[in-house]
Design a protein around this ligand. Structure first.
Ligand code: 2AL
Length: 243
């Protein structure tokens, strides 16, 4: 039986719920999901500035999650904000949804496409592909060109755009799999997989299963080298909460 914390790095309660329900749906029977989002920060993450703000909230949540018994952590934003810093703080595994979805896509197809939210987050996804070493696995990246919270506005327009973009990507890119590039798309993957007949991979569910696998294998984050716990030092002002 595992306890896995799933962190929505933005402060949108609706998106936290979308993410939490996807995580709980896929979690093994014995796994408890602790879903959370930062108490302060940014309501959606759409660029480097937002990611810098969100990373502090991720660290605060990881610290709280550890205290609540979380054995592993998922960072449920497609920028994987604060990933390595969170790995320094954590004992258990910490997996970002972008890396999780990308890894999974490489296991089922030789090439994958990414469908994400804004043109500027396409550029950030490219940075992640390079950072993770997946550049040559990714055939193309597409944006639905709607803000992140359009996925939670109840109109269904963003969801329709995601579907259209996935159909286009399958037709045009020659990719065998598609990665959904936002935590708020977590509830779309299984229906799109059925309709398109190819793996449409959401990073929230992928990351939950990867954390479960690492825990089942007895692996946490390696605390040897640069992911060792942070050097002890006083943290001033609002950062005191991270001491
Ligand atoms: N590319 C994205 O849409 N990233 C994201 N921003 C958020 O606030 N959540 C995400 O997954």
């Amino acid at each position: 039986a595992f306890c896995i914390q799933v962190i929505n790095p933005n402060t949108s309660p609706e998106m936290t719920e979308t993410i939490a329900s996807a995580a709980r749906r896929i979690a093994s029977p014995g796994t408890t999901i602790l879903a959370s989002c930062p108490t302060q920060g940014v309501e959606s993450i759409e660029g480097h500035f937002d990611e810098a703000i969100a990373a502090i909230g991720v660290l605060e949540q990881v610290k709280q999650g550890k205290a609540q018994g979380a054995q592993g952590h998922v960072i449920a934003c497609f920028g994987d904000p604060g990933l390595l810093a969170a790995r320094e703080l954590a004992s258990g595994p910490v997996i970002g949804i972008a890396e999780a979805a990308m890894h999974m896509a490489t296991l089922v197809a030789t090439r994958f496409s990414i469908v994400t939210t804004l043109p500027r987050t396409v550029i950030i996804a490219r940075h992640l592909l390079r950072q993770y070493g997946f550049e040559h696995h990714c055939a193309a990246l597409h944006a639905i060109d709607l803000p992140v919270l359009a996925l939670e506005d109840g109109t269904g327009l963003a969801q329709q755009k995601v579907r259209e973009r996935c159909i286009q990507a399958k037709r045009e890119d020659g990719s065998g799999a598609i990665v959904l590039g936002c935590g708020g798309m977590a509830n779309l993957a299984s229906e799109l997989t059925q309709e398109l007949g190819i793996p449409v991979i959401d990073g929230v569910t992928a990351a939950v299963k990867m954390v479960e696998s690492l825990l089942a294998l007895g692996f946490g984050t390696s605390k040897y080298g640069d992911l060792a716990y942070p050097n002890k030092k006083p943290l001033s002002g609002c950062f005191d909460m991270l001491s």
